[in-house]
Structures are given as structure tokens and as C-alpha cells.
Design a protein around this ligand. Structure first.
Ligand code: HEC
Ligand code: HEC
Length: 406
């Protein structure tokens, strides 16, 4: 925030007032000091950087440390407690339909609603005529591995679907990338200069640097050299005309990128249990594995623990048409309104435990059990759901036992 000096001087008052005024006070659901997965194996220098990033990830920002004036929450760890899936308490809202020129509501503060603000400002509202979508936080553990899946592997998974008899298609989300992002060495851009993106519910974000810089900016109103403008609120007519002094320095921001990048993958439990093994086979037989890919291999990384690793994320990083029920009228990149990135399933069985005992699955947490999440699949996944509905009780139990072991 920092540009408005009046608010810097009143920082301490604001820090307290903010949370009772525009923002929701969030309950702490678990020990906020550490996630559940820990890092991949790191050198001692890398461990120091990871620990710094860990502290910053769980730090609470206030006006004096750059928060606002418009924001959604006060820290990464508020929405990503436990490094697993998020809670509806910290759901965020995006708005604006995208056409060939981009989001048509950018002039009205799109794409993200900052529903909290510092005193003296106005909470942003969804402008008339804008369609909107709600997103809860996806699992952060393992994202460093997903960043390393080569474009060639993603394209091969899309190509393999072309004649899929269930009608599974799926395509990469090609989007423009911001100037501060360096394309991967093995990137395969499209002729129009757009790149295969992979993070976010609609896979519209390129890499973890873009993800973290955008989170600081859109979720907390924290500027950086990468995103130097505070979010705009059309209700206040305070268009940020010049870049702000960065609220977060590059060293700090990069330590947070390093922290999420090095998070270990969630490990499957009871993999050799006969029911789990049977359930894994049912998962394949139903056609779930067509989208939720069990085995992927990372490319080269200077961090040994991430380099050329075989992982089981249960995603293809493609976006799929999931039918009318999951169509919320909001687009990103070239993902249409009903298209979503195949949600990784790793860590699924641990999700309820870290969210107070309940599941909040799918992009907006609308599914409160694994069965519900499956039954809400439509579109390209309709055939696999039909098969799921006619499973014998024994096979259904095996499938659910398998999914809970992830
Ligand atoms: C208000 C809640 C909220 C806050 C605060 C927040 N995030 Fe997120 N995060 C989300 C949501 C929701 C998504 C999905 C975004 C999308 O679909 O584009 C996400 C996506 C991500 C992802 C990508 C996961 C994936 O598989 O695609 C990473 C990594 C991440 N956030 C890290 C961070 C970091 C680091 C911070 C702090 C700088 C942060 N987040 C702050 C809610 C939040
Ligand atoms: C056509 C591709 C496709 C097929 C086939 C498919 N899924 Fe999914 N699955 C998805 C997508 C896309 C999402 C995310 C939807 C959203 O975010 O709203 C998802 C989400 C999920 C989730 C919720 C995960 C979370 O963390 O929120 C579960 C559980 C799941 N699928 C299980 C299954 C099972 C079991 C099958 C087989 C019966 C299956 N899926 C078949 C694409 C598919």
C-alpha cells in the first residue's frame, strides 16, 4: 500500500481496525507455523532459504507491512493452512467474462474481487453485468514438481485424448505471460506467442513466480517489482497511475517462491493394502485415470529433490469441459466457462482432517464428500460417473478407500 502516507502513520490503528472493519477475522484451524509436508531434501543453504520462505508464507501482513488498501486476506497461510486444500472461509471471487481482447471488466477492477479494505476505503463490489466465480485454495504441496512437467508431456496427454471413446478431450490453457516471467527452457509456445499455463483452478498461471507475485498483489494488495500497481477499485476512483514503492522486496518474495516450490509431495498411505490396490484398479477401469493421471515425471531442476522425479499427482494439467453444473460463466486464458484444470488428487485423504473434519472439494468447495465430488462431474467425465453409479458396493468401497489413501 505504502503510497498513501496518512495510512502508514496510522498503521497500528489500522492493523487492528482492519480486521474488525472490512475484513473477516479468520479462525486459526491448525498450527500456523508449519505446513504438513515439509521440504524435499535440501542442502543446508537451501534449508535456510526454505525456512525464511516458510516464515514469510505464514506471516500476517498489516498496513505497516504493505497490506492493502484493497485485499482479500492477510497472509498466504490464512488460505493455505496445512499446505493442503483451502476452506470456504477464505474463498476468493473472480469476475468478468474474457473475450479475444481479454477480461472485459479490467477497467472495473477485474479479475479479482478485493472484498476487504483498510479504513477510509470502500470494499470492492462485483460490477453490474459481470459474471463471477468462487475459488477455494488448491493444495500447495507438490507444486514445485508440477512446475517441472515438460510442455511436451502435457501436449502428449492432450493428443492421447483425441479419440477417447468416453469423449474425454482436454486441452492445455494457452495464455499470455507477463514480461517478468521467463519461459521454461523446454517451453513449447504456440504460434501466436501464448504459452501453456498450469497453475490455478483454470490453469491460467504460468509458473510459481507469477503465482506468488499475483497472490501478493491480488490477494493482499502487496506490490512488488513484478507487480508494482496496487489493485484498482472503481468505486473509489483511485486508479493507481504510477507504480508503488514495492511493499515486498524480491529477496522475500523469492524465498516464498522457493518455499512452495520445495514442498514435498503428500505421500500415499497403505498403498499395499489389498482393498486400496483393488480400488486403484477400479479407478483405472472407470476411466478416472484418463484425466487424473497417476504417473508423471519431472524434468531437470537444479534442486536435486525435484529433478527427474516420478510423481503421482493424479492430474494431466489440462482443462476439461465439466458440463453445465460446473459452468459458472467465468473464463481465464483460453479455458472456457465450464472448463477446469483436472484437480490433483494427492493429499485428498488428508484434506478433511486439516479442514475441521469436513471435505470442501471442487473449485469452490461445493462438494462435501468424495462421492459428491464425483457425482458433480459432468461433461467429458459423464461416462465415468455413469460407471461409478453402477459399481457394486464392494468396488465402490474399494475405490473410496483408495481415494482416501491419497
Ligand atoms: C485469499 C486466499 C489466498 C491467499 C491469501 C493466497 N492464496 Fe494462493 N491460492 C488461492 C486460490 C483460491 C488459488 C487458486 C487460484 C486460481 O485458481 O487462479 C491459489 C493458488 C495458489 C497456488 C497454485 C496451486 C495450484 O496447484 O495451482 C500457489 C502455489 C499459491 N496459491 C501460493 C500462494 C502464496 C505463496 C501466497 C502468499 C503470497 C498465497 N498463495 C496467498 C488462495 C489464496
Ligand atoms: C474428463 C476429466 C475427468 C475425469 C474422467 C474425472 N475427473 Fe475428477 N476432476 C476433473 C476436474 C476437471 C476436476 C476439478 C473440477 C472443479 O474444480 O470444479 C476434478 C475433481 C475431482 C475431485 C475433487 C478433488 C478436489 O481436490 O477438489 C475428485 C475427488 C475427483 N475428481 C475424482 C474423480 C474420480 C473418482 C473419477 C472417476 C470416477 C474422476 N474424478 C473422473 C476431471 C476429471
Amino acid at each position: 500500500m505504502r503510497k498513501k502516507s496518512a495510512f502508514v502513520t496510522a498503521a497500528i490503528v489500522i492493523a487492528v481496525a482492519t480486521l474488525t472493519n472490512c475484513s473477516k477475522m479468520l479462525p486459526k484451524m491448525i498450527d500456523p507455523n508449519y505446513g504438513v509436508c515439509g521440504p524435499v531434501s535440501l542442502s543446508s543453504a537451501q534449508s535456510v532459504l526454505f525456512a525464511q520462505g516458510n516464515d514469510q508464507f505464514f506471516a500476517i501482513r498489516t498496513a505497516s507491512t504493505g497490506l492493502g488498501p484493497y485485499f482479500v486476506s492477510t497472509g498466504c497461510g490464512e488460505c493455505h493452512s496445512s499446505d493442503n486444500r483451502g476452506h470456504p472461509f477464505t474463498m476468493l471471487t473472480r469476475f468478468g467474462q474474457t473475450d479475444s481482447t481479454g477480461n472485459t471488466f479490467l477497467a472495473k477492477g477485474g479479475p479479482q474481487l478485493q472484498n476487504a479494505c483498510l479504513p477510509g476505503f470502500t470494499s470492492q463490489q462485483i460490477p453490474d453485468g459481470a459474471s463471477s466465480s468462487k475459488f477455494i485454495a488448491p493444495i500447495t504441496a507438490g507444486v514445485g514438481f508440477l512446475e517441472l512437467i515438460p510442455d511436451s508431456a502435457i501436449l502428449a496427454m492432450a493428443a492421447a485424448n483425441v479419440n477417447n471413446p468416453d469423449g474425454v478431450r482436454g486441452h492445455p490453457n494457452y495464455s499470455s505471460i507477463p514480461p517478468y516471467v521467463t519461459p521454461f527452457a523446454n517451453a513449447i509456445p504456440r504460434a501466436d506467442g501464448k504459452y501453456i499455463c498450469r497453475f490455478g483452478r483454470k490453469a491460467a498461471t504460468y509458473d510459481l513466480l507469477q503465482q506468488v507475485a499475483t497472490a501478493y498483489n491480488h490477494d493482499m494488495g502487496i506490490t512488488s517489482t513484478f507487480m508494482p500497481f496496487n489493485p484498482y477499485n472503481y468505486l473509489d476512483q483511485t486508479a493507481p497511475s504510477s507504480p508503488s514503492i514495492p511493499d515486498v522486496d524480491n529477496t522475500t518474495l523469492n524465498s516464498v517462491v522457493f518455499y512452495v516450490r520445495c514442498l514435498q509431495t503428500p505421500n500415499q498411505r497403505n498403498a499395499n493394502d489389498p482393498t486400496v490396490m483393488n480400488g486403484n484398479q477400479v479407478f483405472v477401469n472407470l476411466g478416472c485415470e484418463t484425466c487424473h493421471k497417476q504417473t508423471l515425471t519431472t524434468g531437470y531442476s537444479p534442486i536435486d529433490g525435484l529433478s527427474y522425479q516420478t510423481i503421482s499427482p493424479f492430474t494431466d494439467l489440462l482443462v476439461h469441459d465439466m458440463g453445465q453444473g460446473l459452468d459458472d460463466g467465468y473464463t481465464e486464458g483460453n479455458a472456457k466457462t465450464s472448463e477446469w484444470r483436472t484437480a490433483p488428487l494427492w493429499g485428498l485423504g488428508l484434506a478433511a482432517g486439516v479442514q475441521g473434519g469436513s471435505y470442501y472439494l471442487l473449485h469452490d468447495g461445493r462438494a462435501h464428500s468424495i462421492e459428491q465430488a464425483i457425482q458433480m462431474h459432468g461433461g467429458e467425465a459423464a461416462e465415468s460417473v455413469t460407471r461409478f453409479n453402477s459399481l457394486s458396493p464392494g468396488d465402490r468401497n474399494a475405490l473410496l478407500t483408495f481415494l482416501k489413501s491419497l
